[in-house]
Design a protein around this ligand. Structure first.
Ligand code: SF4
Length: 240
């Protein structure tokens, strides 16, 4: 067990003060060591956004049992992919086999459609949007969706924490209908996390359905940074 260090402070998000705290390994570690704090941070930012829309008289319509948005393409970073693969690895054998089968089926469906399973080249926003819409039209449930609820809710990806809507649930079944009112979060923590943990500050991502293959094909890198260095990079990226 590595020694950890805890730090806390206050930052301003859209002019609103927010307390933050991090507990990370003191020494060199993999970026996923920062994930529990990044997840909490994403939750805090989403809570801020929810409070703002509720003050304006709107109501969040997302509820347990509605998994319409869980057919969207879910972008995750390499550390999140390794985290999800480790989660599946730790599941009871039968459950893990079912999840792996759903991953394989999802990947096959994307490949059969002619879409690039890895998504479009980085930086091409128009291609990213087109990919997202085409992917959604395939109607592939997330491999972690069970009975229309997230089976890994406490561990769900950062981007899933940032997606809430005030529009009727039926609108989410038609992503490009123009009827979906997604709430604006002050910062996209999933992208901040991805950039701050990548070696060169670039946005590294893949569709969630690639997570198991990615983790199997790419051994975890040798730790290059300490926990505090990851925190520093994340806060710096947040302020850009
Ligand atoms: S990880 Fe959970 S919340 Fe995210 S898309 Fe999958 S089922 Fe939905």
């Amino acid at each position: 067990m590595q020694d950890t260090i805890t730090g806390s402070g206050q930052i301003k998000i859209n002019g609103e003060p927010m307390k933050i705290a991090f507990t990370v390994p003191k020494g060199p570690c993999l970026p996923e060591a920062l994930l529990p704090d990044a997840q909490r941070f994403a939750n805090q930012l989403t809570d801020l956004a929810v409070a703002r829309v509720e003050r304006a008289g709107h109501r969040i319509s997302c509820a347990k049992g509605c998994g319409a948005c869980c057919r969207q393409m879910v972008p995750i970073s390499p550390p999140e992919a390794r985290h999800l693969a480790a989660l599946v690895e730790a599941m009871p054998e039968e459950e893990a086999a079912q999840v792996r089968a759903r991953f394989a089926a999802a990947r096959e469906k994307v490949e059969a459609s002619g879409l690039p399973p890895h998504g479009p080249p980085d930086g091409d926003q128009a291609a990213y949007r087109a990919f997202g819409i085409a992917y959604f039209r395939l109607g592939i449930p997330c491999p972690f969706l069970v009975e229309e609820s997230c089976s890994i809710h406490p561990d769900r990806p950062l981007v899933c924490r940032e997606y809430l809507v005030t529009s009727p649930p039926a609108a989410c079944a038609e992503m490009d209908s123009g009827q979906v009112r997604q709430i604006a979060v002050p910062s996209r923590v999933w992208a901040v996390f991805s950039r701050s943990t990548s070696a060169d500050g670039s946005l590294e991502w893949m569709p969630l359905i690639e997570a198991l293959d990615f983790a199997a094909e790419n051994p975890a890198p040798v730790p290059q940074r300490t926990g505090p260095q990851y925190v520093e990079a994340l806060l710096k990226e947040l302020q850009k």
